[in-house]
Design a protein around this ligand. Sequence first.
Ligand code: FMN
Length: 184
Amino acid sequence: MFIANGLGEICMDAIENILSRKSVREFSNKEISEQDLKTILTAGMSGPSALNMRPYDFIVIRKKDLMEQIYDENGIYYAPLKQANVGVIVCGDIDKAYLAKDGYWIIDSTIAAQNIILAANALGIGSVWLGAYPEKQKYLALQKLFSLSNHVIPVAVIALGYPLDDKREIRDLYEEEKIHKDKW
Ligand SMILES: Cc1cc2nc3c(=O)[nH]c(=O)nc-3n(C[C@H](O)[C@H](O)[C@H](O)COP(=O)(O)O)c2cc1C
């Protein structure tokens, strides 16, 4: 089912969306529209958050040379960024987080990242999560490149773009042995 509102046309088949998501590492050069990008970023800000602190910020990158620079810094695992149309660096901000419980900022930021990925998939846009935190070398390189304060920590870089191969399929990743009914 689709609805149209101020954010554009939104896919509402949530289960199909979750089950059809997969990492996409090769992208066409089709542009992601500003409207779709706004929908994706809105989804990023729509997850649950400890004490509703929402301690995250997003750096949105369209400049190709900047994506190349990030790849140069962080290496082969970041290769999909070279073809991406948009990169989103999801940063956790320790100063904005629920400090009484150390670590919730990471959880809040990763929920934001996953929501970005799922919203993109719903719009037919592929994505892959490129790891930053807790790999010190990677998040420090990003902090340096974007002159971030120490309390702003890049958690994930999400490469976004229209898939080169846009075959979508529902995957069944259910594993019965991971389910523990009423006891372990
Ligand atoms: C925390 C995290 C870090 C990841 N880092 C990378 C990465 O640096 N480069 C990459 O190509 N994929 C990365 N991935 C994507 C995983 O490789 C991918 O999710 C996994 O192989 C399962 O495949 P799927 O996403 O298609 O289901 C990362 C995923 C997560 C959750």
